[in-house]
Design a protein around this ligand. Sequence first.
Ligand code: FAD
Length: 426
Amino acid sequence: MVDTRGKPAPSIVIVGSGIAGLSTGLFIKCAVPDAKVTILEQHSSLSLLGGVILTPSNATRIINSVGLLESFKSIAEDASVHLLKHGESDEVFHTRRDDAQGPAPYLITMRGEFTTWLYNHFCERGGTVMFQQRVKTIDETPGEIRLGTEQGAVFSADLLVAADGVRSSLRSILNIQPNPKLPSSSDACITTCEVSSELMLQDPVLAKLYHHSGTSIWMGQGRYIISASMPRKNMYAVAFFDDGPETPWHVPWVVPGDLQRVKQRYNSFGDGPTRLINAAIATESTRKTASQWTTVIVGPFDGWRSKFGRAVLLGDAAHAMVPDAGQGAAQCLESAFSLSLFVKSMQATADIPRLTARYQDFRKSRVEKVQAIARNNSASYRRKTAPENSFASGQDFSWLFEYDITTEIPSPNYLEDGKAASKSHL
Ligand SMILES: Cc1cc2nc3c(=O)[nH]c(=O)nc-3n(C[C@H](O)[C@H](O)[C@H](O)COP(=O)(O)OP(=O)(O)OC[C@H]3O[C@@H](n4cnc5c(N)ncnc54)[C@H](O)[C@@H]3O)c2cc1C
């Protein structure tokens, strides 16, 4: 089929309706409105679990470039000021300020809201999400890719995007081999919970925290806390990062969080965090909704593409990283947006293997550099001498936050322009 530009309107199937799959669908529909984009999701609805998702400037710049920043702001909070504190003394040792107002503000949202927002915009642009379709088989030829689901449906596509998350089964179906040691646990466990604004405002110390727009991060030996005010949701979101129990790879990924364990683990922390933990424990609904999971690192893989190049990994399936740089979702958005521009510059569906190769070349080295920063933060945030952590050390992170993917892919005929792949995308 040819679209209104006289170019092929590709048929694209995306597996997974997480942030990676939905953002890929949305950006492709923004770039090529006539593309037929179908997302297959194994569950019967969107997964709305999870705590805060940081959307730093490298991510919001992309959202702005597709004209959706104002809409995004309606579900997000300003997170432009980050207070880094010593856990035990509760004293601020570093304040990091990011842009709050421009075209690339540092924002924060909740995973459930973000996912729903992406879903709504994708569907508004004519994208389709089919729930209860668990992809089980993939048959790829040089000209086409066919998928079969556990429910007995068959789909064919020009391009398959495997955005099926950290425990991707498509990775092995497509025979994309991981480094034998990976995916691996990062030895860090996250427990998240939400404290109501009502409770926060009853205590003067917690009220001060609640009124701070941005994040508060307390660091200590072997553990740290990151928290943020979410006034739109009338609550304060808290995440505890430590060496708590590991979630086995084969059980449900997210399990109920144990706030009594958290209290024990952070018992030497100062007044602010102690009051926060006590407030969390005091509320039955907070105790019941607290959740916990182990963070993992996925990759690096030698490549993200299938044998004939008609399928490619994206998001956590390709590059899950520990969340300590606040870049997990941002890297999904960068991957999704770059793929959408390559789809836009395609002249014929026969270009798809070249397209996936360019996408992989363009993204892999940057993503791997971000994964390394996240790993480094994970270790350094949990040291007693926390000030040495990279974000407080004066290191230049402009390559990360000021990165403008819209100018890194300058040519409308990017697929033809081999040199663009070696641009300064680091
Ligand atoms: C439950 C949960 C909570 C999280 N909470 C946070 C948080 O608080 N803060 C944070 O920064 N990050 C959080 N993350 C991580 C963050 O959401 C991801 O790093 C990022 O959004 C990228 O996700 P993704 O879309 O690649 O994968 P996922 O969000 O895991 O989405 C993958 C999707 O693929 C579907 N799927 C898998 N296999 C198949 C198949 N064979 N057929 C069809 N569908 C399939 C899954 O059901 C899922 O919906 C969380 C992730 C999960 C899963």
